[in-house]
Ligand binder design. Structure first.
Ligand SMILES: [Zn+2]
Length: 193
């Protein structure tokens, strides 16, 4: 399991896949119109500086797709959901999911490997765990969508949630990231850590 997770986090193909999903979400959003005034939307993507992204990926992997209302007196920003950027967290959502999921069995050697791979500290991982156990579980999103049968053990989040999705670990991760899209932006956006 740990090796499979490390493979995914170092796999450029996986990041291309996530980028493709985000493009689809963004294209669908672009076809819509401003929710405040109904005008068209212009592209207003901006640069993020995600940490831990493998070297050799293009600048588009740091681009947060976003739009601005074309009406001069409105200019409302519309940022669609994302499988890559989990709110304002500096690490990509896939890392926040996978590394927290594997943290319970982390030996010092594993922590060193992870630090080398994505540059994450043990303290950051502890903060992520706290975010999953407290901020996430107390959110309106989880109250609305977390009533799974049988109930998910919240102390084991996000590993317990990952296991509810079918397929191999990569498919489970993709399903979970899709599930989380509503909390990556807008009114569902959750407190950053
Ligand atoms: Zn507008």
């Amino acid at each position: 399991m740990h090796q499979a997770i490390q493979n995914i986090l170092g796999d450029k193909r996986f990041y291309e896949l996530l980028l493709g999903f985000d493009r689809q979400i963004a294209d669908a959003a672009h076809e819509g119109c401003c929710q405040r005034c109904g005008a068209k939307l212009h592209s207003g993507s901006y640069e993020r500086k995600p940490r831990g992204v493998p070297a050799g990926l293009g600048p588009e992997h740091c681009e947060r797709f976003s739009f601005c209302c074309a009406a001069r007196d409105c200019r409302k920003r519309e940022t669609p959901g994302s499988l890559r950027f989990l709110g304002r967290k500096v690490f990509l959502g896939a890392m926040v999911v996978l590394i927290t999921a594997m943290q319970s069995g982390l030996t010092p050697a594993r922590v060193q490997q992870l630090q080398a791979l994505v540059g994450v500290s043990r303290r950051t991982v502890a903060r992520w765990r706290d975010w999953w156990c407290r901020v996430f579980t107390e959110s309106p999103f989880w109250r609305a969508h977390g009533a799974l049968v049988p109930p998910v053990r919240t102390a084991d989040l996000p590993a317990s949630l990952l296991k509810r999705f079918t397929g191999d670990i990569e498919q489970q991760l993709l399903s979970l990231l899709r599930f989380l899209v509503p909390i990556t932006t807008g009114v569902g956006l959750m407190r950053a850590i």
